[in-house]
Design a protein around this ligand. Structure first.
Ligand code: COA
Length: 422
């Protein structure tokens, strides 16, 4: 299969590559050598940056699969460590492999005591995403080795330690002593215990809560070449180490147009609630470009019919709140907002639907996770996806450093004028 590009009077044949789900891409790698042209695609809306065998998304049909497994099946049946293993090593683990993986992930979950002291240096109201990004970067100073064997160990270290760092970041904001990880607990139990136990009162594990956390972590685990994952790959392409590459991904995730949207959704719903539940006013504002206001948790670069993760979370939030006997006025506002927006031609024409961040916050609230920790929760879920993508890039034969081009629009050459003559 080939594509033909006619440029002035030149005809250029370009290869067409087909993926395993019949996605087609025009390979333009030779274009600059042949014609001196580059392609321009700000925001990379139509640019494939790599070939990948990790996650498949069909945005029109609302399909999301990790390594071929539909997200709905994983959400119903898998544990989070199984999904981590699947994403990173490419297959579901057998019993023994999962046992070893779980063992390693618990036995590496403490952080060096010297690192614990870093937490003392942050201001009390430091945003936990800033703390997490810098603490993950700091892991590279404790584990600086970067050979393939070291990388395998560092993968486990990072998977095991990130939940500890996240919980410690929260304890810092609360002014409470940190709670150390416990080897007999599952991933979710361990994290919740480190978050909510205090020396004078143990945390009581509730399976309803650990299962809701499991679901959230799985739904966030990977999403192919989004902003933070592309950042991880971009940094990793210079052969930077795992920790610093993931730290860059955490930084990218923090932005309100990406993972930071989950915090903004709850802030928006709270504001609407305080404003007497007048959601029509906010829909009108979102339609008025001059207002600078967007409906947070709406819209997606890839999903153009529905986000399968949002669909799962909407149903899960109803069930969870019922089970826990929690009534959250924000859930009602979210549903009414969704109803109105989905009937409004502004949103329909632009194919704007609720995304994963729209309902995840309602669940995090029901689990007592504070709003400023929401994006940290996203990062905790996304970690295995980032690692899998970083490993895929690293193991790719002939991998090249990421280095996009540009179309220069600045001044033409001019002569320097000394300061006395300006
Ligand atoms: N509220 C109101 N209008 C929105 C909107 C929102 N949440 N999201 C997109 N739009 C509008 C844009 O203004 C644009 O309108 P136009 O064609 O008249 O100019 C159109 O819909 C297309 O949006 P665009 O910004 O080009 O899409 P994108 O693919 O570049 O951006 C998002 C995707 C996710 C960044 C964007 O939808 C957004 O900012 N959403 C809110 C933040 C969010 O929830 N992020 C989490 C993503 S999982």
């Amino acid at each position: 299969m080939a594509a033909k590009l006619i440029l002035d009077d030149q005809s250029i044949d370009l290869n067409v590559i087909e993926g395993s789900e019949q996605e087609r891409a025009i390979d333009i790698t030779a274009l600059r050598n042949t014609t001196k042209h580059i392609t321009l695609d700000p925001g990379y809306g139509n640019t494939g940056s790599c070939k990948s065998s990790i996650t498949f998304i069909d945005g029109e049909k609302g399909i999301l699969r990790y390594r071929g497994y539909p997200i709905e099946e994983l959400a119903d049946n898998a544990t989070f460590p199984e999904v981590m293993y699947l994403l990173i090593y490419g297959k579901l683990p057998n019993k023994e492999e999962l046992g070893n993986f779980n063992h390693d992930m618990t036995y590496h979950s403490m952080i060096h005591e010297d690192m614990k002291r870093f937490f003392d240096g942050y201001p009390r109201d430091a945003h936990p995403m800033g703390v997490l990004a810098s603490m993950v970067a700091a892991l590279s100073t404790f584990y600086p080795e970067n050979t393939p064997e070291d990388v395998d160990k560092n993968v486990i270290r990072l998977l095991a330690k990130m939940k500890t760092l996240a919980a410690f970041a929260y304890k810092k904001t609360m002014g409470q002593p940190v709670i150390y990880p416990q080897n007999h607990m599952t991933f979710e139990e361990n994290f919740l215990n480190m978050m909510f136990a205090v020396p004078c009162e143990p945390y009581v594990i509730d399976p309803v809560i650990t299962d809701a956390l499991r679901l959230l972590l799985i739904l966030h685990a990977d999403h192919e070449q989004n902003c933070s994952t592309s950042t991880v790959r971009m940094v990793g392409s210079s052969q930077a180490n795992l920790f610093i590459s993931i730290s860059a991904g955490i930084a990218a995730l923090w932005g309100p147009l990406h993972g930071g949207a989950n915090q903004r959704v709850i802030e928006m719903l709270t504001k609407i609630d305080a404003d007497g539940g007048n959601f029509k006013k906010y829909v009108a504002m979102a339609k008025d470009k001059s207002s600078g206001f967007k409906l947070m948790g709406f819209g997606h670069r890839v999903y153009k019919n529905f986000d399968p993760r949002a669909k799962i979370l909407k149903a899960a939030s109803d069930k969870l709140l019922n089970k826990l006997g929690v009534s959250d006025p924000l859930l009602q506002i979210a549903k009414e907002l969704e109803d109105i927006a989905l009937k409004d031609s502004f949103f329909v024409d632009r194919k704007l639907y609720p995304n994963v961040d729209f309902y995840s916050g309602i669940i995090y609230r029901a689990l007592n996770i504070p709003t400023r920790m929401f994006t940290v929760m996203f990062a905790l879920g996304r970690l295995p996806g980032w690692i899998a993508q970083w490993m895929e890039l690293r193991n790719e034969p002939g991998g090249r450093i990421s280095r996009p081009r540009q179309v220069y629009t600045g001044e033409n050459v001019r002569k320097f004028v000394p300061i006395a003559e300006r």
